[in-house]
Design a protein around this ligand. Structure first.
Ligand code: IPE
Ligand code: IPE
Ligand code: MG
Length: 253
């Protein structure tokens, strides 16, 4: 597909945009953004945080109820130690510095993924912001950090196996709902739309179970360049998609 972010899209109900109940975003291309400007990769990650703030504001103003962003994958441990430390520091700073704004905007934030390998100070900070924003009723913001879709399914499987071993669950009673409830995203609707920036067209282990019927949209621009025009172009693309869910007629979402 081709999206032209240069078109002057305006946020207007007259556009008749469908608003997804849940958007997943693979924020990719920070390194290439920096490289193209002769900067260090870390500068790309810093600009990426600014793009994330823009995305959160857009989701609030367009009343997207749920947003999950991919910010560090379980496979990203294979990067140089310095880059990993920098990304961990960025999460720390984002969570600490943006807490007041998130509270003011009624955002509930959750960090999903494994806590293994995270420093205890970071884990404490995460627990603290999750607790402080727990009762907020606006945008649900999930930050997938140290997250991998396969690892998530393994954790869920272990939990279910323990329930069976303890005699609280019979194998024949395991349903899709049982699995969904054991995932980090328990209680959230599946993503209707998964967006990936930077031109890469793959899922890279993001929301494997939940994304079974997501509409996938890929845009060429790198994550730090993400703008309102792109956001609206992506929503237009989503609105134009015919979602059949295995049937023969389009379903409303
Ligand atoms: C996405 O940008 C951020 C993370 C994966 C942490 P990249 O760092 O992957 O940037 P590219 O893909 O190398 O350009
Ligand atoms: C996916 O991007 C993970 C995040 C955006 C956090 P990667 O840059 O790690 O993905 P691959 O390695 O190109 O598939
Ligand atoms: Mg990448």
């Amino acid at each position: 597909m081709s999206i032209d972010p240069a078109i002057n899209h305006r946020p207007s109900p007259a556009l008749g945009l469908k608003i997804p109940r849940h958007i997943g975003v693979i924020m990719d291309g920070n390194g290439r953004w920096a490289k193209a400007r002769g900067k260090a990769r870390t500068e790309g990650h810093m600009e990426g945080v600014k793009a994330l703030r823009r995305l959160v504001e857009l989701c609030i103003s367009h009343e997207v109820p749920n947003l999950t962003v991919f910010s560090f994958s379980s496979e990203n441990w294979s990067r140089p130690k310095d880059e990993i430390n920098f990304i961990f520091g960025l999460l720390h700073r984002f969570v600490a510095s943006d807490l007041a704004t998130l509270m003011a905007n009624n955002v509930r934030i959750r960090i999903i993924g494994s806590r293994d390998g995270l420093e205890s100070s970071l884990v404490r900070l995460i627990d603290d912001v999750e607790a402080k924003t727990r009762d907020n009723t606006g945008l649900n913001l999930m930050v997938a950090f140290n997250y991998g879709g396969k690892a998530e399914i393994v954790v869920a499987t272990r939990h279910i196996a323990n329930e069976v071993a303890a005699g609280r669950l019979r194998p024949e009673d395991i349903t899709e709902a049982t699995v969904a409830a054991a995932l980090y995203t328990s209680g959230l609707p599946d993503p209707d739309l998964i967006l990936r920036t930077s031109g890469e067209q793959r899922v890279s282990n993001f929301l494997l179970w939940q994304g079974a019927y997501a509409e996938l949209v890929f845009v060429e621009e790198n994550w730090p360049d993400f703008s309102e025009a792109t956001f609206l172009a992506v929503l237009e693309e989503y609105t134009a998609r015919e979602r059949r869910f295995g049937g023969i007629e389009a379903k409303p979402r």
